[in-house]
Design a protein around this ligand. Structure first.
Ligand code: SAM
Length: 270
């Protein structure tokens, strides 16, 4: 097999550190859900995942797919590995990545990691994620209220899932080494997003409304929430709502908890 050069445009940093690879496997949920890997790359993590459960993997790079089909021809013949060549975002646009509930495990390409996680949050069949991403971004997903990292990403993810940063991974664990430190993030959904009787949002329109509400709430993060939100919604109504929920009139968006944002959105959008 010819030497495969990492392609920058696909965010290829291959994880070579066996200690980290094993730590990822040990951190997986103990459920029996189907497994989905995004970006199997050279297949080092894939090899370990296949020891746990059958797997569906999405890889955008044609050359890597040729390599993977050769490396895992037995697993593919035995239907333990279902390798899909293509951009995973396009697959999300067509619906879920699986036909049944699944757990996602991936060393995600940095350039598209946030988008993939947001899509998986919206995919009700995705029940949990164990993903390696850039540390600064991981910190945003699991930030707590009143810290400067507490952003729309924190609120969106924590409104439906428990989010935990498990451990950091230094650049020299990869080939080629990236410029930044990575972190492994665990996201376990506590409820459904859009489908199901206990779902957080009534329908996709309701969820899109919440995303818009967050965009406006954070339009100027240093300004007060009321100043931001009044650019679209009625100021007097917003003021009454803050009083109702016992929130200070001068609170900034990052000072409002996940529950406060959900309550305010539900009321303000009536
Ligand atoms: N899993 C391997 C590992 O741990 O060494 C590779 C991880 S590398 C950071 C990211 C992988 O995602 C690469 O194999 C890359 O080709 C693939 N990839 C990048 N963009 C993708 C996309 N939009 N859809 C599917 N795979 C993608």
């Amino acid at each position: 097999m010819a030497i495969i050069e990492a392609k920058k445009k696909f965010g290829q940093n291959f994880l070579k550190d066996t200690t980290v690879l094993n730590k990822i496997i040990q951190s997986m949920s103990k459920n029996k859900l189907k497994l989905v890997e995004i970006g199997p790359g050279l297949g080092d993590l894939t090899r370990l995942l296949l020891k746990v459960r059958p797997l569906r993997a999405y890889e955008v790079d044609r050359d890597l797919c040729v390599h993977l089909r050769d490396k895992f021809h037995i697993e593919i013949e035995d239907k333990k590995l279902d390798l899909i060549q293509g951009d995973v975002l396009e697959s999300f646009d067509k619906g879920s990545l699986e036909e049944e509930p699944y757990e996602m495990v991936a060393n995600l390409p940095y350039y598209v990691a946030t988008k993939i996680i947001l899509k998986a949050l919206e995919d009700d069949l995705c029940k949990s994620m164990l993903v390696m991403i850039q540390k600064e971004v991981a910190q945003k997903f699991c930030a707590t209220v009143k810290t400067k990292e507490f952003s729309s990403l924190s609120i969106l993810s924590q409104s439906i899932a428990d989010v935990e940063l498990l451990f950091d991974v230094p650049p020299d664990s990869f080939e080629p080494a990236p410029k930044v430190t990575s972190s492994v993030l665990k996201i376990v959904k506590k409820r459904e997003f859009i489908q199901g009787k206990d779902a957080l949002f009534e329908n996709i329109r309701d969820f899109n409304g919440f995303k818009k509400y967050l965009r406006i709430s954070y339009s100027s993060p240093r300004k007060t929430w009321i100043k931001n939100i009044s650019s679209i919604y009625d100021k007097t109504n917003a003021k009454t709502l803050l009083e109702k929920y016992d929130i200070a009139a001068n609170a900034r968006p990052h000072e409002l908890s996940v529950t406060s944002h959900l309550n305010l959105y539900k009321e303000i959008s009536k």
